[in-house]
Design a protein. Structure first.
Length: 127
């Protein structure tokens, strides 16, 4: 794994959490879907990348490091695989082969977050 890949993965994961937090401030439909959620999503990538996202009171915040009590943990062993996934270069069906999920049922209920961020990201291209 290269330093560039590690930096890109850290930046992209931070951007996704930040984007979700901003969307929650302005998109009432998205914010409504967050109602009642109290989750801590831990991401562990490679040997030394860890970030987590806190969803509480319809607010989303991202942090570097290890969460005390995550409700769902996502682990990706290979940084290159994480980079491909975060940049949309993998088929969504490959997710199960790349990512180990501690609670797949809970994770499935939260997929709307990444889907919404993805929809907004498409708009950045002028589409």
């Amino acid at each position: 794994m290269s330093v560039e890949e590690k930096v890109c993965v850290r930046v992209l994961s931070s951007m996704i959490s930040y984007a979700a937090g901003e969307i929650a401030k302005f998109d009432d439909d998205f914010k409504g879907k967050l109602a009642g959620l109290d989750e801590v999503l831990q991401w562990k990538i490679g040997d030394d990348i860890a970030t987590y996202t806190v969803i509480k009171d319809q607010v989303i915040q991202g942090f570097d490091g290890i969460a005390d009590n995550p409700t769902v943990t996502f682990e990706i062993e290979n940084v290159a695989d994480a980079l491909k996934m975060l940049t949309g270069q993998t088929d969504p069906l490959e997710f199960v082969n790349i990512v180990k999920v501690s609670d797949p049922d809970k994770a499935a209920k939260l997929t709307f977050i990444m889907e919404t961020v993805g929809e907004y990201a498409q708009g950045l291209g002028g589409g």
